[in-house]
Design a binder for this molecule. Sequence first.
Ligand code: NI
Length: 194
Amino acid sequence: MKCVALTYDDGPSEYTGQLLDTLKAYNARATFFQLAPHSEAYSKFVKRQVDEGHEIGNHTVSHLELCKLSEPKASQEISQGRARIEQVSGRKITLLRPPYGARTAKTDALAAKYGQSVVLWSVDTLDWKYRNAQTVTSNVLRDVFPNAVVLMHDIHKTTVDAAGPILAGLQKQGYHFVTVSQLKGATKPGVVYA
Ligand code: NI
């Protein structure tokens, strides 16, 4: 089966409901790497994500570059991010996407300590830079390949508006939309997945 994992970082936001509606229309699953304060602020969308079969991951508390922090501060960003998102979602959170994808062997070891696998990406849409639904759509449709992990952000309306055309285009290419865990199988704490 030809699969792709669409991933959305930094949310949830006011636009996440619209994204969930679009995903539902295509029977698509996605993975959401969340900032703990945003999970708490938009807990209604987190509940929907759980109910609708999506996966939720940890994107820390404050979106700081973990490798630039002291070890106690980096630990706190990972462990409190996980705990707070678990509290909102009622799910065990095992995936961490470090902000900016910035990681070292040291931060990977911290991730392992808190039971987190490190998930990067293989297709970067640069959606935060272009802020244009058509550009985001064409970047995904151009760069996708089987088993790709696609990085987007559900805090931008343009990215959420692009979801319909992206799903339609990828479906036409024969893709199935799965979560990171469905794509990678059982993940191990501290191991990096791209
Ligand atoms: Ni981010």
